[in-house]
Ligand binder design. Sequence first.
Ligand code: V47
Length: 354
Amino acid sequence: MNLLEKLDTNERLNLEDGMALYELDLFTLGQYANARRRALHQDKAFFNINRHINPTNICKDICKFCAFSANRKNPNPYTMSHEEILGILDNSVKNGITEVHVVSAHNPDAGFEWYMEIFSKIKARFPALHVKAMTAAEINFLATEYKLSFEEVIGKMIEYGVDSMPGGGAEIFDEKVREYICKGKVSSAEWLQIHELWHKRGHESNATMLFGHVEKREHRIDHMLRLRDLQDKTGGFNAFIPLVYQRDNNYLHVEDFLSSTEILKTYAISRLMLDNIAHIKAYWATSTINLALVALEYGADDLDGTIEAEAIQSAAGASSAHGLKLETFLELIETSGFTPVQRDSLYNEIQIYK
Ligand code: V47
């Protein structure tokens, strides 16, 4: 069966097919991805009203792509107090957020309790707020630092009120590329193992992929296939999020931007390869809001959210430091020909804007 026949009959695609998809012209590829996206989600564009908080930027790990952690290029270390975090959320909750997305650097001086009490204190003050927190990289860091098993850290997360896990820390699973861009950080096998354990406890998570740096197309497809294999086992991933690499203020020294065509092709291919993950998120902080809106026609169905503030990607050049206003978000989605659907963190629909 050739590639187009496989696409027409929804056959499962392999590594070779994934590579061949990149060779299609953008419009042909886009038509297939869009058909798949519309079969799943019609003209809905999902988003949530959320707040990102990055409580500390002090990090034991050195990832070459990272501009967020305190280092020579960014010598402004900070660690927020719990009161500070709750104070931010007092305001955000008034603005209608349903989710707080907490991602920290790997700070060996903060203490295990500091990490965990962020969640219990948020839950105590805002019981209805969904806490999406702790990347697999943070879990691996806490397990190593405090000599705990992954199961023990996950047990604590549940006890202290984490509802779902974000998809960060996946970067690129290929071991050679990973060694070059983030040596010493959670390994690919550990990242997958941690998500598997989290899913086995009955909880859901997302998966990211950082692309547009030194990786090749085949590494992206390999990354998607490893996720698809785990999803076959657990069914616990809600969304796949291709994160476009931002090149400012870091040590990777990649000068070239990816073309918009390559970015759109990657969204489209992820829609087609990942036949078992419901949502493809065009995270506007890294793709720009304009390209994220176009991506809605190339396989993506979700834009993340209003964000309010964001420190990781904006440190590397993205324009997400202050989020987007809800009215702007709605207007942009509508003028792009899609129906905005406010969702909760697990993709239950809260409000359809018609
Ligand atoms: O894992 C770091 C990435 C991620 C850069 O689960 C960079 O809903 C681009 O995972 N250029 C953390 N990206 C953010 C993340 C995330 C974001 C939005 C939604 C969700 C979700 C998860 O940020 C890290 C890393 O891959 N990152 N530096 C950079 N220079």
